[in-house]
Design a protein. Structure first.
Length: 261
C-alpha cells in the first residue's frame, strides 16, 4: 500500500462536543488510497514541542480528496491540534497500517467505544457505498454521555444502519457498557468490527468467540513513528510479538493474546 507525506490544508474544524473535535483536510493522495481502519501520523506544530507526530485513525475519506480526523482533547498534542485554524497547513503521513477486511453480503455489527468510533464511520460509509442492505446490519456505540454520542449516532443512522447507544451516565440509550447490548445482536450477524478501549474489546472478543462469530479489532496503542521502525507499539500475539502500526492496527481477534496485551 502506498503511503504519502503531504502538506495538507485544514478545510474545516468542527467541535462535536466540548472536548471532541473533527478536522477535515485537503489530502488528495492520502484520500485516494485510504482504506477503513488505516491511520495517519500528524505533525501538530512546525516547532519541536511536541516533537513526535501523533497517530489518528482516518474518520472519513472522500472522493473529493478530503480526509477527516476525529479526536478527543486529552493532552498537549491534541490541545494544540484542536486550536489549529482553517487554512493552516499540517504535515501528514499516510495512509498507514492494515485496515478492515470487508466483503460479501453477510450481516455485520460495528462496535465503537469512545474515540474508537472514529474509524468505524469510514467503514460504515464504504459498506453502504458497496450497495449492501445496511438495514440488516447493526451499529453499537458507547461513550461517557449523550454529548459525545448524539452527533455521531445521527451520521450512522443516516446511512441506514440500526444504531443502539450506551452511555456511562445513562443520558442516552442503555446506561452501562456496549457488551451488555451485544448478546442480543450476535445471533443475527456473521461478522463484528470493533474499536475502542481494551477492556471493552476483550469482552466483545470473548462474546464473539463463544457465539462463533468472526471478529476484527482495531487496536489503539502509543506510536512514535507509525512505520515499524521504533518498535514501540508491539503487543502480544499468540505466535509472538506483533507490531500494531505495520501488522495492524486491524487484526483478526483470534491472533492476539488478550490476556497479555
Amino acid at each position: 500500500m502506498s503511503e504519502f507525506q503531504q502538506k495538507c490544508t485544514l478545510l474545516a474544524r468542527d467541535c462535536l462536543a466540548p472536548d471532541v473535535v473533527r478536522l477535515t483536510f485537503q489530502a488528495p493522495k492520502i484520500a485516494v488510497t485510504a482504506r477503513p481502519g488505516q491511520f495517519v501520523m500528524v505533525r501538530v506544530i512546525d516547532g519541536l514541542d511536541p516533537l513526535l507526530r501523533r497517530p489518528f485513525s482516518i474518520h472519513r475519506s472522500s472522493a473529493d480528496g478530503t480526509i477527516s480526523l476525529l479526536f478527543k482533547v486529552i493532552g498537549k498534542g491534541t490541545e494544540i491540534l484542536a486550536q489549529r485554524c482553517v487554512g493552516d497547513q499540517l504535515d501528514l503521513v499516510g495512509p498507514l497500517g492494515k485496515g478492515f477486511d470487508f466483503s460479501g453480503e453477510q450481516p455485520v455489527c460495528l462496535i465503537g467505544g469512545g474515540m474508537g468510533i472514529a474509524p468505524l464511520l469510514f467503514l460504515a460509509e464504504q459498506l453502504e457505498q458497496s450497495g449492501r442492505e445496511t438495514q440488516k446490519d447493526h451499529v453499537l456505540l458507547g461513550a461517557r454521555n449523550k454529548d459525545e454520542l448524539a452527533p455521531l449516532a445521527e451520521e450512522f443512522s443516516a446511512l441506514g444502519y440500526a444504531v443502539q447507544l450506551a452511555s456511562d451516565d445513562g443520558s442516552v440509550g442503555h446506561k452501562g457498557f456496549i457488551p451488555d447490548l451485544l448478546d442480543f445482536v450476535l445471533p443475527s450477524v456473521e461478522q463484528v468490527y470493533t474499536c475502542g478501549p481494551h477492556l471493552m474489546m476483550e469482552n466483545i472478543v470473548g462474546q464473539c468467540q463463544q457465539a462463533e462469530v468472526s471478529c476484527q479489532v482495531s487496536l489503539e496503542t502509543h506510536m512514535a513513528c507509525g512505520m515499524g521502525a521504533c518498535l514501540g507499539c508491539t503487543v502480544h500475539g499468540k505466535r509472538g510479538l506483533v507490531h500494531v502500526c505495520k501488522q495492524g492496527p486491524v487484526f483478526n481477534a483470534d491472533v492476539l493474546a488478550w490476556g497479555e496485551i
